[in-house]
Design a protein. Structure first.
Lengths: 680, 102, 529
């Protein structure tokens, strides 16, 4: 138990070592070193887990305080770690999947000129993420929260030779800052209410607080969670974040960081239990996000974009769960999703790797012949996410749906949305599977796409191009117009793909396949954690039980079976319909892949138009690089700030006389105030 | 016969102060602007003296000497800077000295 | 006729009632008060150091080597800093007291601020050394003025009498006016000096008028006396006193660059020599805030807090908004940093508006952190200005990460610290400020402060982006730093090292300094009897 600090410290050590010696260690040594650091961290996490399990149920809460960071009177913040059922299970899957993705990256990033830097960021990310889940108070969690945000920013922009990536990185940064403000304010409100920000102190005191306060705290933290976990309305950054290397998408934007919001809400469940309608807000936001993102995923053609929107959608599912106070199901789905979505992303990465960094699914097809291992593992991932029993996704999704159904008056309505999303999920994942691994080999005989055809990094900036034209242009990033080949080999800078008709896809190296196999195994069996059959199978529920104040009970008996049947039916319908459209060709796909869906309901471009978000449209018109950055930064806050700034600029005339006038006006204003307070 | 209380002096001081402040805003010659500042300081001196008188406290009058010294020091520095600028840019008024703005 | 009503005809000089107890407090002429020199040792060392330096270099035949003045100045400041230690111990043991016939407060607060001023002098002198050589400017006067100005700042921070504070402020300011104008080769430097001077004198007059009004209302300029008077007396007419508040606030607001008295800041920061700006932004602001806190929080806070807090509240709000938004449209890094310093000033004003011990401690901590990070930032600007001190456009920073990765990294740290990123001092400084504000119920202000911090983050991001994510690289061109080669003088390197260590140290292990700041506030002259 004294080793808790080692869990975040090992990746941090890896980071520091790579910072000093990274370039000298080079490729692939630095990658192996980083992987080793995370694997060691995983080993410690396992040991801690076993240790914790051996303790009596209600003592499973260990705090380790390293030192007092901020002593300031009544308000004391320590650098301390809290190991309890929730954090122990979080660190297990974070370090586990993290180690696998590190291993995978050794192959994926091979030959990249910034190889060691990539691992340096990855290690820093994991250290921050572990700090986030292990921190024993809100401020420490916030530090991790900020840390993962910065790393995410750095990793999305990793190939920042491409402007889209730098833009996407900035977008993620900016969006997350909005969420951070919510987190910060929530923390202050917690401190004002409880006089402490330690999780250990919140639980006993939470029952005594006013419902209004609890609701306010819950909503503030939910704003934070929205930003980090890409929920409506702040979800547009996540699809853009796909500009980063694929392992990053798998680790940060699928498995770990984006689930931080779910973790946070679960962690604060004692407050949520008092928060009344804030829970409904969370549940409905999750439901709407899940539905909207799932519809968008239907029409994406970029292999990673599909998965990105799918992630947003699945996160919506998790929020539905925690919003309906079905925390166990939420955490359960978070874990299973981490496995199968990481698997799918890594599989997609392997495909992209084999296909000369082409990401457009319309140029794939029949890859199962060339990439058997990737295909089989991807197939497992597909089964899992589509909700086919007995794979893990089915169990967790079913549990969420059951819990949602049981949630008061709004339950059935939410449940209907959930089932719809389940159908859509099965549909778009089947579509992806078919487009990638079945059918004809589309890259043969297709002329290279014309340069200069530019789509938004979000897949949303496409503007008014007709669907047919669009079908011919790649949904890949900018940089398309780049004439000069980048200095490094084609693993980086996936804008300059050269997928020739003669291309023969080859399976990725073992460092990439091994993680796929392991994850496929986990995605298949992770459902064992929490099976609904009888009490003894509900291991996760028992494990988490001590730290959850109020859990929405699942329905029993026939209802549960009925709901499960519907869930299975949903999966079947979705898969069947995809077959119907994409294999049998009974229905023109264009009638489903509506342009408005491909453009993400125009949400991103609407943002760009209304607040002038740093969408591609804004950027293209601005040739000057600096002006672009200014616009990007400024527009994110709104054109108003620029107006205000310009106004301020005009007031700054450079004349002493005007400045003196400013002083005088200020004085008069102060005196005017004074007059109101005078008693003569 | 009009009886002059301290209030009269205070009002006069505030008027002089205002004249100085407004003068700084409307005049363009740096020297005149500077004189306006002196006017303001001396208005304050007058107030100090008047207050000292009404409080029957000598410290207020002593303060005036400190202020005079400070004002003298400012004159030295201010004239130095003004002369340095004028040497470079002959005939410039205060509004011309606005390279930096925005 | 004309004359004062209480006195019918002038009294001849030899009949002046010199022993009139009403005229002098002591019956038999002036009594020289006991002067405890050791209590003002740091201040004396700074001032004498400056004067001695001036004397020495003018007596020595020929030119003194350029390093001499710098070493002298730094040693003086360090020496002054060392003498703080026994004084600090004394204050912690025996409590705060006023010395020099009640004119100077010897308390934790003044000692803390003195320490920060010494730090700021050390950093300023280190930056000046290489700068003067690069620019080919003559040496010793700069250092003399630096020391004298610091002595004025210390006087201001430890003054227990409004007039002493005014004199301190003038010593501080007059020296800085000259320093701002002293780059004889740059027109903009002289323009900056003139603007700063005219407006500074203008605002000093306001401050002085405010002092006069407070004197008129309370009958004394001694801060302890004022506090006692106000706590014992209920004023039937408070107009004069409140008007005094307003006028004094103008004076202090100007010195700390609070909106709407901030207009000079961008112009002066842009024009003045960069190392001087490093000192102005840190030292002058620290002294200004010290004076403001001592007058408003310590003296007027207990009795008239409700009257001045809304004014400071408004200034804080305006400063945060204008500072953050004004910076966005700038293309000159010095102006950007000037606006960001306005925004920082707004943050400190938030702590002042809290009108509490926690707020004052937060302000002190913020000022310490601020000194490190702003001196560091302007240190980079000093180096990057290159010969002529003119290359300050954002585009001049493009590609710095390639040409000088270390410098780019340091600047990033300073900028992140200013943005308030965790594990830098800036985060905790902002955190304490907001915390003190929230605990006084200033939720709206706290909210604005946080939003302003978010907006300001864009500004810092912009500079970082210019250094790292250069716009040209994606076209395949390599980003190269335009302009002459960047040279880092050894002394400036040391200054940057100190600044970065301080910034990070206060972010990672702040415990010591926060408790020192807390102790400093606990020992204040005018609090309690």
């Amino acid at each position: 138990m004294d080793l808790i600090w080692l869990v975040p410290a090992l990746p941090l050590l890896g980071f520091l070592t790579l910072l000093v010696a990274g370039p000298r260690m080079g490729d692939p040594k630095s990658g192996w070193f980083a992987t080793g650091a995370v694997a060691a961290s995983f080993a410690v996490a396992v040991a801690l887990f076993v240790d914790l399990q051996s303790m009596p149920e209600y003592e499973r809460q260990v705090t380790q305080t390293l030192y007092t960071w901020m002593p300031s009177g009544s308000f004391e913040v320590s650098i301390g770690f809290l190991l309890d059922p929730l954090s122990s299970i979080m660190i297990l899957f974070i370090t586990g999947i993290g180690a696998l993705i590190h291993l995978y990256s050794i192959g994926y990033m091979k030959g990249d000129p910034k190889f060691s830097k990539f691992f340096l960021y990855l290690n820093l990310f994991l250290a921050s993420m572990l700090l986030l889940v292990l921190g024993d108070n809100l401020l420490l969690t916030f530090l991790g929260w900020e840390g993962v945000g910065v790393c995410s920013y750095l990793l999305i922009s990793f190939w920042h030779t491409e402007p889209a990536n730098a833009t996407a990185g900035k977008k993620a940064f900016v969006t997350n800052r909005i969420g951070d403000a919510g987190f910060m304010l929530g923390t202050f409100l917690v401190f004002v209410t409880f006089g402490s920000i330690n999780y250990a102190d919140l639980r006993p005191a939470a029952t005594g607080i006013a419902a209004v306060t609890a609701t306010a705290i819950a909503l503030l933290f939910f704003v934070g969670a929205i930003g980090k976990s890409a929920q409506i309305p702040l979800f547009t950054w996540l699809p853009d974040a796909m500009a980063g290397p694929t392992p990053v998408s798998a680790l940060i934007h699928a498995a770990t960081m984006v689930t931080a919001g779910v973790y946070l809400i679960t962690r604060l469940n004692p407050i949520m239990a008092q928060a009344g309608w804030a829970n409904d807000v969370i549940a409905w936001t999750g439901a709407v996000t899940a539905l909207v993102a799932a519809t968008i995923a239907v029409a994406q053609t970029d292999i990673k974009k599909v998965l990105a929107y799918s992630t947003v959608s699945q996160l919506g599912y998790m929020f539905m769960a925690v919003g309906t106070q079905t925390y166990v199901a939420g955490v359960f789905h978070m874990i299973t999703h981490a496995f199968f979505k990481a698997l799918l992303f890594l599989g997609a990465g392997a495909v992209i790797y084999s296909m000369a960094h082409e990401q457009d699914m319309r140029r794939y097809g029949n890859l199962r012949k060339y990439l058997p291992v990737t295909f089989v593992t991807f197939f497992v991932g597909w089964l899992a996410i589509a909700g086919v029993p007995p794979l893990s996704g089915f169990w967790s999704k079913d549990e969420i749906l059951a819990g949602v159904f049981n949630y008061g008056a709004a339950g059935p309505a939410l449940w209907v949305v959930g089932v719809l999303v389940a159908i859509l999920t099965a549909f778009y994942m089947t579509r992806q599977l078919i487009m990638v691994f079945f059918g004809t080999e589309q890259w043969r005989g297709v002329a290279p796409v014309p340069a200069g055809a530019v789509l938004g990094a979000s897949g949303a900036g496409a503007g008014d191009t007709a669907p047919e034209q669009e079908a011919e242009s790649p949904t890949v990033q900018l940089g398309e117009g780049s004439d000069e080949p980048t200095a490094h080999d084609d693993h980086t800078g996936h804008g300059d793909h050269h997928l020739m008709p003669s291309h023969e896809p080859k399976e990725a190296p073992w460092t990439m396949l091994a993680p796929l196999v392991v994850l496929a195994g986990m995605a298949a069996i992770a459902g064992l954690m929490n099976l609904p059959f009888s009490d003894q199978f509900k291991r996760l529920e028992h494990w988490l039980y001590p730290m959850i104040v109020f859990e929405n009970p699942l329905p029993e008996g026939p209802t549960l079976v009925g709901l499960a049947a519907v869930a299975i039916a949903a999966a079947v319908v979705g898969i069947w319909f995809a077959f119907f459209v994409y294999v049998k060709r009974r229905l023109d796909p264009a009638r489903i892949e509506l342009p408005i869906l491909a453009e993400g309901w125009k949400i991103d471009s609407t943002y760009a138009a209304v607040v002038g978000g740093p969408g591609e449209a804004t950027f293209q018109g601005v040739a000057d690089a600096d002006a672009r950055i200014v616009d990007g930064a400024v527009n994110a806050v709104g054109r108003g700030s620029l107006g205000l700034g310009t106004l301020l600029r005009k007031l700054q005339t450079g004349l002493v006389r005007t400045y003196a006038l400013g002083v005088a006006i200020g004085t008069v204003a102060l005196l005017a105030f004074i007059v109101t307070r005078m008693n003569l | 016969m009009l009886e002059l209380t301290e209030t009269w002096y205070l009002v006069l001081a505030s008027l002089v102060f205002t004249i100085g402040a407004v003068g700084l805003m409307v005049r363009r010659n740096p020297l005149v602007q500077f004189m306006c500042v002196e006017l303001m300081l001396n208005a304050v001196n007058l107030s100090f003296v008047a207050f000292a008188r009404s409080l029957d406290d000598v410290r207020g009058q002593a303060i005036v000497f400190f202020v005079l010294v400070v004002a003298a020091a400012e004159v030295v520095v201010g004239l130095g800077i003004i002369v340095a600028i004028m040497r470079r840019r002959q005939g410039a008024d205060a509004d011309d000295i606005s390279l930096m703005r925005g | 006729m004309f004359g004062l009503p209480t006195q019918d005809e002038p009294i001849p000089f030899d009949e002046l009632p010199l022993d009139d107890p009403l005229l002098f407090d002591e019956p038999a002429g002036v009594v020289i008060p006991d002067i405890e020199w050791s209590a003002i040792a740091p201040n004396l060392i700074l001032m004498l150091g400056g004067i001695l330096l001036l004397t020495v270099v003018s007596l020595v035949r020929g030119r003194t080597p350029s390093w001499f003045s710098a070493v002298w100045t730094i040693s003086t400041a360090v020496f002054a800093g060392v003498t703080l230690v026994p004084l600090w111990q004394r204050v912690q043991d025996d409590g705060a007291e006023s010395v020099m016939a009640g004119a100077i407060g010897l308390d934790g607060f003044s000692l803390f601020v003195t320490g920060v001023m010494c730090l700021s002098v050390v950093l300023g002198a280190l930056l000046l050394e290489g700068y003067l050589r690069r620019e080919g400017l003559a040496g010793p006067e700069w250092y003399v003025l630096l020391l004298l100005s610091a002595s004025g700042g210390v006087t201001m921070a430890s003054a227990n009498d409004l007039i002493v504070m005014f004199i301190g402020l003038e010593i501080l300011s007059v020296a800085v006016y000259v320093m701002a104008a002293m780059h004889s080769k740059r027109v903009s430097s002289q323009e900056a000096g003139l603007k700063y001077f005219v407006l500074g004198a203008f605002s000093s007059a306001f401050l002085l008028y405010g002092i006069a009004m407070v004197y008129g209302a309370t009958g004394t300029t001694n801060l302890v006396g004022i506090q006692q008077f106000l706590s014992e007396t209920v004023l039937t007419q408070n107009g004069l006193l409140l008007a005094g508040f307003a006028f004094m606030l103008v004076g202090f607001g100007f010195k700390v660059g609070a909106v709407p008295f901030h207009n000079w800041t961008p112009d002066v920061y842009q024009g003045a020599p960069s190392p001087v700006v490093a000192y102005m932004a840190s030292g002058v602001k620290v002294a200004g805030f010290a004076g403001m806190i001592r007058v408003f929080v310590v003296t007027f806070g207990p009795t008239y807090g409700a009257d001045w807090r809304p004014m400071v509240y408004a200034l804080a709000m305006l400063s945060l908004v204008v500072g953050s938004f004004g910076a966005i449209v700038q293309t000159d890094v010095k102006r950007m940093l000037a606006y960001s310093s306005i925004s920082h000033g707004g943050f400190i004003l938030v702590a002042v508006a809290a009108n509490s011990e926690a707020g004052t401690a937060a302000a002190l901590f913020y000022l310490l952190v601020y000194t490190f990070m702003i001196a560091g930032s302007f240190g980079i600007v000093t180096i990057m200005g290159r010969t002529g001190d003119g290359l300050h456009a954002l585009s001049d920073y493009r590609g710095l990460s390639k040409a000088r990765p270390g410098l780019a990294l340091l600047f990033t740290v300073f900028l992140l610290a200013q943005a308030g990123v965790p594990f830098t001092g800036g985060f905790l400084a902002k955190f304490y400020v907001i915390n003190s504000s929230v605990s006084q119920g200033q939720y709206v202000l706290a909210l604005i402060a946080m939003s302003a911090a978010v907006v300001a983050a864009f500004l810092y991001l912009r500079i970082v982006v210019a250094m790292y994510f250069d716009g040209n690289t994606y076209r395949g061109e390599s980003a190269t730093l335009a302009g002459p080669k960047v040279r880092i003088p050894a002394a400036a390197g040391v200054a940057l090292g100190i600044a970065v260590v301080g910034t990070l140290w206060l972010g990672i292990l702040p415990g010591q300094m926060t408790s020192v700041a807390g102790d400093a506030v606990a020992q204040l002259v005018a609090i309690g009897p």
